[in-house]
Design a protein around this ligand. Structure first.
Ligand code: ARG
Length: 575
């Protein structure tokens, strides 16, 4: 089914075409004055050399839109204002109410999307950058799956490289099972730092570590077993964090850097054959077009270093080739912090030059800003160390529990626990996803957990409030029948317009991955509901009006829940 915006655009486009004699974009948008406003008459008038208001009037003249709009007029320099008729909204909302996808169509062009996200590093603490990647990637996965795309999740963990020499030697010193236990309960930083300290202080340890790297790269069996121990323990820990956060990453989604090792040689061969490989200071490099340093010299992507070792760039080249050429990706999303932007742009450029992907597929770096402390600097613990992810989550949940029991002392233990988790975890997600992705934001417990403002608890509470209307209704022996919706009041009209926009927002965000738009939409929807509820009695109304308003409540609550679910945020019927 077409969305309201699409229906209006279609009609306007036909009228514009009649006036212009060719296709013209009506430039339709939401408006303060009416429901929508089309600005396309202005550029068209400029082209035709006619007064804009006159062109707008001709478009209105040619417009056939009576079944959708109750008012059409021209204002200002030539804007066309459209007021949607209540009866059109009745139809659209009744359709939403009767459809389990809220009338959101599944995409007509499903594609295979690979989402590369989370990607923490083995035997290293997850940091707040990984938190952002995990949240944004999880929202992308949920949204794209909901739209009907074929989504493949890849958790490209850092599980290879020079540090593994010292990590394995330290593992042997500590004792395998002890070390594994330490890591799987999440003391990764302690382990890594201890290994690093010995490497710096103890020459024989450093030498052992170097030899261990050689053994690892040479595929020595016993070394690989030890290496696997580190990976398994780390994965166990990562999975426990994902479980806590309710993100959809599973053991099957791990596709670490090491899994591309056996493709690295052939990447070099292919680059060589394509004439893209050049030697520079003893290293094998590609110089992707359009990248230069400050002096204007071409910038290298180092594929193999002087001593023959492969690094991050080589792995990412193998990875992108595998994803496009073997896994058949149409779209790849790399959800990684902005500091790695240039790295990815260079990798994409090389992949383009060698022909691993063409114009009908797409690789996108879904970059994001940093999480800051209240001093405006990178978030750190009081002791100046990096903050443990799970400590942040624990504190958010603790605070949510205190707030919930204060607000509602009758909550029993189990219910308080559910509320605390949904609100605490949800608050951290909403704070993240409601910020423009590329911006930094300050991590502020008080703000994200507030019951008013742009927060998860505000939206969760709005939804729970609607459910309390249903409970009262049921207690009175009546049910919501999701039947015909009839709009008559201005506050109903506004809420209905908002509800019909859900499909448009969801579609737009599935392209842009600007989740803050969905977050803001949900906030606006909850506000429109509050105004509706203030002006339009629901349970006190009679007959058809009562039934219609209960239906409106239900569509609103379902839209809020669906929208929050796409952001990975749980809702509750009671808080
Ligand atoms: N492990 C990396 C890090 O912690 C992120 C990997 C991102 N994905 C990729 N294909 N390079 O920064």
């Amino acid at each position: 089914m077409a969305t309201l915006l699409e229906l209006l655009t279609e009609r306007l486009a036909a009228a514009f075409a009649t006036v212009a004699g060719e296709a013209v974009d009506p430039v339709l948008r939401e408006s303060q004055h009416a429901d929508f406003q089309a600005d396309g008459a202005l550029p068209l008038a400029h082209r035709l050399g006619r007064p804009p208001r006159e062109v707008a009037a001709s478009v209105v003249e040619a417009l056939e839109i009576d079944d959708l709009c109750s008012g059409v007029d021209v204002s200002g320099p030539g804007f066309i204002n459209l007021t949607v008729s209540d009866s059109a909204l009745d139809g659209l909302l009744t359709t939403m109410a009767g459809d389990d996808r809220l009338a959101i169509p599944v995409t007509e062009q499903p594609v295979r999307v690979i989402v590369d996200y989370s990607a923490p590093n083995v035997a290293k603490e997850m940091h707040v950058g990984h938190l952002r990647s995990t949240y944004i990637g999880d929202a992308a996965v949920r949204l794209l799956e909901f739209m009907g795309h074929d989504v493949v999740r890849e958790n490209h963990i850092g599980d290879w490289g020079r540090p593994f020499g010292m990590l394995i030697e330290h593992l042997l010193d500590v004792g395998e099972s002890e070390a594994a236990a330490e890591i799987s309960i999440g003391d990764l930083d302690g382990f890594y730092k201890a290994a690093n300290a010995k490497f710096d202080e103890d020459d024989s340890f450093a030498e052992r570590s170097r030899q261990r790297v050689v053994l690892l790269q040479g595929g020595d069996e016993q070394t690989l077993v030890l290496w696997r121990t580190l990976i398994d323990a780390s994965q166990r820990y990562f999975l426990s964090v994902y479980d806590r956060l309710n993100v959809r990453l599973t053991p099957d989604d791990f596709a670490g850097e090491s899994s591309y090792n056996d493709q690295l040689d052939s990447v070099v061969d292919e680059l060589e054959a394509a004439g893209l490989l050049r030697e520079s200071d003893g290293a094998m490099c590609v110089f992707p077009e359009g990248f230069t340093n400050r002096d204007g010299d071409p910038l290298p992507l180092i594929v193999r270093n002087r001593v023959g070792g492969y690094g991050y760039a080589a792995t990412d080249l193998a990875t992108i080739r595998d994803r496009f050429c073997k896994l058949g990706a149409d779209r790849i999303l790399y959800v990684v912090g902005l500091p790695q932007q240039q790295h990815f742009e260079m990798v994409f450029q090389v992949a383009k030059e060698i022909g691993w992907y063409t114009a009908d597929s797409e690789a996108t770096h879904v970059g994001f800003g940093s999480i800051l402390g209240d001093d405006g600097k990178m978030l750190r613990s009081r002791a100046g160390k990096s903050v443990k992810l799970i400590d942040l989550i624990d504190e958010a949940v603790d605070r949510a529990r205190r707030a919930a029991t204060e607000k509602n002392p009758d909550l029993d233990e189990a219910e308080a626990g559910l509320v605390a988790t949904a609100v605490g975890v949800g608050a951290t997600k909403f704070a993240d996803l409601s910020t423009e992705r590329t911006k930094d934001y300050v991590f502020d417990f008080d703000r994200m957990l507030a019951f008013d403002g742009h927060t998860a608890p505000y939206l969760q509470y709005a939804n729970a409030r609607i459910h309390s209307i249903f409970r009262k209704n049921e207690a009175g022996g009546s049910v919501v029948d999701d039947g015909a919706i009839v709009i008559s009041e201005p506050a109903e009209h506004k809420l209905a317009i908002r509800l019909t926009e859900f499909a448009t927002v969801v579609d737009e965000v599935s392209q842009s991955l600007d989740f803050h738009r969905l977050a803001h939409y949900l906030f606006d929807l909850a506000s429109a509901f509050t105004t509706f509820y203030e002006h339009c009695p629901v349970l006190k109304a009679d007959g058809d009006v009562r039934a219609s308003r209960l239906s409106i409540c239900r569509v609103t609550s379902r839209t809020l829940s669906q929208g929050l679910d796409l952001l990975g945020i749980d809702v509750l019927e009671r808080m």
